[in-house]
Design a protein around this ligand. Structure first.
Ligand SMILES: Nc1ncnc2c1ncn2[C@@H]1O[C@H](COP(=O)(O)OP(=O)(O)OP(=O)(O)O)[C@@H](O)[C@H]1O
Ligand SMILES: [Mg+2]
Length: 509
């Protein structure tokens, strides 16, 4: 007998429907799996055989053929176990096939028949809905993500036996997860008020949040760089539903979502500096999203930037430029989204105390040069704001808890961002003609910028960076045009060559 059930396979962050066809015919007993199945899929027959046996079924001695169609689409992952098991039981006459019609299902099986979570259930549920599925049977551990897809009936499944009992009319499928469990409650948000002093760095954080600018925090150990970076997501507007779906999909495909529904907070990813390029931008033999994609719609924080290996940092260029990662492996190309805001932190020198009034720096010139050179060039060019975070005097630390908090700053940020939405583009993404049109300067402002450019020997890139930041400063004020004072502030966010920047600012006053 021949039976077909529906499931899907992942390609990047999308899932494509797949038919699992099982034919049980008389003849020399053997089982065969065809249809461009990857390694984990090939092993499915072993797991399925054991699970079915341990459920008390004795499979008849038949020629079993399992086909995964379309046959020219490569299938990966362990989610085929459950659909194969169910179709096999039906094909062997051990389960009525009727109830399986119109269902989508996926899940890995243990040898005892337990249904284990798999990667990518959220996009698979989206594929099921598009495919017109009557219901989606999800591993119980992934049911909350599947239930995030509106309009789809989701039944969590814990054991193969549940489906057998239901199809036989002896039991019911698990109830769909209630909507109240689909939302993850925001954890105690980190408040900007906890950071004592650091007025300049807080202001830069506000500008970064308001214009989507990448940010480099530059200062001695313990000055609060990590603390500040962690407070950026709180300044950004909450994730909209579409953004939440996009971000959650990446986490689902990476298999990091276990037992959670839609993300409600913007992702904040802080990979260690020992990370590989595959870990950062994605890859390995079966493509997986890297940290840049896990940070999609949120913040990627690279602490101790110069400690990252050079080629790892270089791999950031494309995602920074295009908001997207393209991976080509074994003749396939997949895309992962990677629209994130980069916050990087570094010490001024290897020992961390260069320019610190409290302690002498022990680094030699050569050492210092080598340290700085590790992050010079194209990556720094893509970071609009370079900000000094000096050590806070001990007596000032007691002032933490005072001043403006996240809520007030986020309100200003929200207003500035809405102006950019109306214009159609976040300031950080303004380039070329759009940049010049959006940042019309009056004569005084033009004079300030050209004087700064001459004094600092600004490259065209640096010049554009200053214009973009100045536009955001003007937006925070609600000013229609970029004026001289906005530019004067923008010129200062260049900590890596701060002595020169300060000089120029003074000169242009
Ligand atoms: N401005 C500040 N206000 C309040 N607490 C602070 C401040 N700066 C530092 N701290 C305290 O010091 C700790 C270390 O700060 P943080 O980790 O942010 O420093 P850092 O600049 O990232 O240091 P490193 O360069 O070593 O990574 C914080 O957990 C916090 O308790
Ligand atoms: Mg730190």
């Amino acid at each position: 007998m021949f039976v077909r059930v529906r499931t899907s396979t992942l390609l990047g962050v999308a899932a494509l429907p797949v038919d699992v066809e099982v034919d049980a015919a008389s003849g020399f007993p053997r089982s065969l799996l065809v249809g461009l199945a990857g390694g984990a899929v090939q092993e499915a027959l072993v797991r399925v055989g054991a699970a079915v046996r341990n459920l008390g079924f004795k499979l008849p001695s038949k020629r079993i053929t399992v086909n995964l169609a379309p046959a020219d689409l490569r299938k990966e992952g362990t989610g085929f176990d459950l659909p194969i098991a169910v179709a096999l039981l039906a094909a062997c006459g051990l389960l009525p096939p009727r109830p399986l019609e119109g269902l989508h299902l996926c899940g890995e099986l243990s040898l005892s028949g337990e249904v284990r979570p798999v990667r990518g259930v959220l996009p698979m549920a989206v594929a099921a809905l598009r495919d017109g599925a009557r219901a989606f049977l999800s591993p119980a551990g992934n049911a909350l993500e599947a239930a995030a897809v509106e309009g789809l009936v989701v039944h969590p499944v814990r054991h193969l036996g549940e489906i057998v009992a239901w199809a036989d009319g002896r039991g019911r499928l698990g109830a769909p997860p209630g909507p109240e469990r689909q939302l993850e409650l925001p954890g105690g948000a980190l408040d900007l008020r906890d950071v004592a002093g650091q007025g300049g760095a807080k202001r830069a954080l506000e500008i970064a949040a308001a214009g989507d600018h990448n940010l480099l925090l530059f200062g001695p150990p313990g000055s609060g760089k990590t603390m500040l970076a962690r407070r950026l997501p709180g300044l950004l507007p909450p994730l909209g539903r579409d953004e939440a779906l996009e971000a959650t999909t990446v986490h689902s495909v990476a298999g990091l979502l276990r037992d959670r529904g839609l993300l409600v907070e913007r992702p904040f990813r802080a990979p260690h500096h020992s990370i590989s390029d595959a870990g950062l931008v994605g890859g390995s033999s079966t493509p997986r999203p890297g940290e840049v994609s896990l940070a999609h719609r949120g913040v990627l924080f690279l602490d101790e930037l110069p400690e990252f290996r050079r080629h790892v940092l270089e791999s950031l260029r494309q995602p920074l430029e295009e908001g997207d990662v393209v991976l080509s492996r074994a003749g396939r190309t997949v895309h992962y989204p990677a629209e994130f805001q980069l916050v990087a932190a570094m010490n001024p020198c290897p020992c961390g105390f260069l320019g610190d009034p409290r302690r002498a720096c022990l680094c030699g010139d050569e050492q210092l040069l080598r340290y700085r050179r590790r992050v010079s060039g194209p990556i720094l060019d893509r970071i609009d704001l370079h900000v000094d975070v000096p050590a806070v005097p001990c007596e000032e630390l007691s002032l933490a808890g005072q001043g403006e908090g996240t809520a007030e700053v986020a309100a200003r940020v929200g207003r500035a961002r809405r102006l950019q939405v109306e214009r159609g583009c976040a300031n950080a993404r303004l380039r070329g003609g759009a940049l010049r049109r959006t940042c019309g300067l009056d004569p005084a402002a033009r004079e300030v910028l050209s004087r700064a450019a001459r004094r600092l020997g600004l490259s065209a890139r640096a010049h554009d960076r200053i214009l973009r930041v100045a536009r955001t400063i003007a937006d925070l004020e609600g000013a229609a045009r970029v004026e001289a004072r906005h530019l004067l502030e923008a010129v200062q966010y260049r900590a890596l060559d701060r002595p020169a920047a300060t000089e120029a600012t003074e000169a242009t006053r």
